[in-house]
Design a protein around this ligand. Sequence first.
Ligand SMILES: Nc1nc2c(ncn2[C@@H]2O[C@H](COP(=O)(O)OP(=O)(O)OP(=O)(O)O)[C@@H](O)[C@H]2O)c(=O)[nH]1
Length: 323
Amino acid sequence: METPAAATAELPRAADPGQEEATNQPAAGGLLGRLFKRVPAAQPVVRRVLDDDMLEQLEELLISTDMGVDTALRVTANMAEGRMGRKLSVGEIKNLMATEIARIMEPVARPLPIYPKTPQVVLVVGVNGSGKTTTIGKLASQFRGAGKKVVIAAGDTFRAAAVEQLQVWGDRAGVPVMTAPEGSDPASLAFDAMTRAQEEGADLLMIDTAGRLQNRADLMEELAKIVRVIRKKDPSAPHNTLLVLDATTGQNALNQVKIFQEVADVSGLVMTKLDGTAKGGVLVALADKFGLPIHAIGVGEQIDDLDAFDPEDFARALTGADA
Ligand SMILES: Nc1nc2c(ncn2[C@@H]2O[C@H](COP(=O)(O)OP(=O)(O)OP(=O)(O)O)[C@@H](O)[C@H]2O)c(=O)[nH]1
């Protein structure tokens, strides 16, 4: 797995070079520079004492992946537990770090739950540009591939371009997209889509929504109205409220979770654009702070670029640890 891109940042030299054992390696980058660079196999293994100075540098490295201070501290504290003063090789440090990160991620790695009740209604929320449309298309394609009958409702009726985009993705996925004229009431479209999904015996109804955060009261009212009307058809709907987040927004993703938890009953997350960012650490912070399930990760712009979230793969990719 190539995502997220390993944190390859050059870091300052260790404060006390005397701590490093004699080596004929070039000194460039200091221990932490080497920590995230591949050491050629022929070179002797370098070990360094795990001390406060090293922990501080590891914290900085984790913070540079957008993990946030609290979570970075938790990871390094767990790494240090019972190991202070030990001499560790670069490989051991990376593996240790990956293990501690995976431990935080393990409980949240859960695919979108599928319920026996159909149509299962999946409300998809998130700010504009986070990747909602793309994610709906990718999910629809996966569900269709698994033999499920899917209907999509283009609930962002405020922007004609958003509706067109969703239609393109619906075509790609081979799934019908219900639309309404620009500016019309998204709740009424959701009601019609629910009626159609029920009549046609669809397994899943995915409802796209607008992502205007500038006016939180409007957004809240709009989402609440969609929920009210679909509940007239099925009191247990929506069965999932999926928040789509863009990994490249870094720590801002934490604020988005807070805001969307206020305006909707968020049940799980999809993190997009994890390809090509070394900032995937925000996912660890999200897991640590909110504990919401991470159902899938977006790793590209193509229809197949949606992966199940694998904590160990993710942790290894983030830290550059060996498989
Ligand atoms: N590299 C990469 N790009 C992605 C991914 N997911 C979405 N994108 C891109 O991000 C951009 C925005 O995605 P959309 O799906 O249109 O986002 P949206 O949230 O529906 O945005 P609006 O239509 O503005 O509401 C597009 O250019 C997508 O191709 C991903 O996982 N990786």
